[in-house]
Design a protein around this ligand. Sequence first.
Ligand code: SAH
Length: 381
Amino acid sequence: MTSSPTAKVNLLGLDKEALKAFFVSVGEKPYRADQVLKWIHFNGVADFHAMTNISKLLREKLSEIATITVPDIIYEKAASDGTYKWLLKLYDGNCIETVYIPEKTRGTLCISSQVGCILNCDFCSTGKQGFNRNLTTAEIISQLWVAVRKLSQLNGVHDHAVTNVVMMGMGEPLLNFDNVLPALRIMLDDFGYGLSKRRVTVSTAGVVPVMYQLRDAIDVALAVSLHAPNDELRNKIVPLNKKYPLQELMAVCREYFKEDKRRSITMEYVMLAGVNDTPEHARQLIRLLANVRAKMNLIPFNPFPHADYERSDMDTILRFRDILMKAGINTTIRRTRGDDIDAACGQLVGQVKDKTRRHERYLRNANAKQANSSKEKQEVA
Ligand code: SAH
């Protein structure tokens, strides 16, 4: 399986409708879409010749005009808690990370949507790597394809190792909506991965207009990376807030699950010591979320090299949670998983051929800061 680009169409990245259109365009019956979707995703087959309910003639034709191309795994690491991390190499030399997190009753795959990220949230190491490009639909869904295959080889079970998918890896999914949407459809398709709509979560830093598009296009779970209860602070740690401030973000959140009163949005909130974790911040949050059906998920900050932040201590996190809970906001604290292999939230970095030169500037600033502080220390001594 090579990952070189090719003029042949890569069927891995086509959802049911696109596959139907493909078959019709080459003079075949549309029902072939169901068969091939099932072979590729449900059965994990990447070789047309193994598709035994398709005539030999058609298999040969498919091999000539199409491929099923999956990125190579160049690195696999298991953490002591059962978390897996895979590094996938794309045809252009960029690499992306995918993480599998097993729990008692479910297995969650955290997948990436872009190489790097344009948003540059201050507490996230992906942002510090800069940005290269959007992933194609095939590259997005290949993360699931690879994980399901790998886990079945490791555990000897084929299905159900992955019960949940969260788009919380590298990148902002709603800035790559055209490629993310077909991937979501394949995840939900019974001939694809058959995942439940409540177990596929798109996470966004708040690209407000595309949130409306997402809601109209597909029914999946939604997480919003909130991280701050007022615009002043959010502008600083989630710069996208300057474009789509909290008032606009809360307006779409109020609208989002209007049709289904039982559903709510998960608000992610990374706990940064002394920055966004005081009781006053909690009270501001309560006011902000007054008319929004939302659960809060508090994420202890995961450090990375040269980060300007520290993790709030557990007492502070518990106090913060209690204030929210007393106000009737369902609040959980995310257990940090996989941190011994840098697979925890905000630690996914892949290998980004940075086009923005942001990574270079970041390292230069970090080095300058370090030099300054050791100079100050020397002067004090
Ligand atoms: N761009 C999307 C998808 C990325 S999700 C979004 O912003 O939602 C990445 C999640 O990881 C974010 O919710 C953020 O809360 C979390 N995260 C990022 N950096 C982190 C860090 N250093 N420690 C803990 N969580 C972090």
